[in-house]
Design a protein. Sequence first.
Length: 278
Amino acid sequence: MNATKLDIKTITEFLAEQPNVDVSQAWQRCWGIHSGIVDRVKARFPVTKHPSTLGHEYFTSLDKSMEGSFNAWSGPQVDWLVHSWLGNRKASILDMNATVFLSQQSRVPHLIVIFGTVPKLFFYADYIPRVDPRMNLDYVQKYYEPANAAAIKLRGHPDFTWNWSHGTYLRGLMSAVCTSIMGELNDANIDVCERYLEDFVGRWFGWLDEAEVSPLPDAERAAQQHYDYYVREAGYRTDPMNFLAQRAFGEKEFNERLELRIGTQQMAATRGKPPRGR
């Protein structure tokens, strides 16, 4: 395979080909990588577990076809730090997320890292833009040009294929350096992704340090919060993976879990009140 090729199968089509693969070992490995990222964020910023997420550390659907975990933290400099997974470790499917939605002290991109299995390995990593890149060349040069060469190199890796999301809004969110690839589920391919993340995540932490020197002016933070909250909510509501949870949990519980993922309680409590100062 070659990552210049494109895979446009749906999740359902992938699962139909290999519906009963035990992916427990991959879950353990990828969850560990995510845990390292989340722990690093928690060490960098003061955050607390959001009350709405308590009791969701492990859950299953009534028919046991789906299981998962949802954890989220927030604090003065982090709106919504998510560490979650959903799937069935005995039946091919996993969707694992580590996502950091920053507060409005800066315009450093948000960070998202996803591992999944269908049961092929899925890997997604991006810096979510905080402005329209098409209208902000300086922003692109500052945050995306430094990551461009590495993203292109990974996209050309012979053991991966580029994966095309079926969600139009999510494709619109993808930055110029977004990685969305699939490969065989093995340790060697997870190794490739883990090595890529060392620089990818490290670069992001470097931007956080730089941003402390020149924080976003208070007068611009309300508009930035409006932008951030819209993108966050719309991204979760249009996630093509939602149908799996909807099918397993039913409409009522699915909607409750969707509001939890979005963090609507956190947004309601802080909307129109962006942080001030550093």
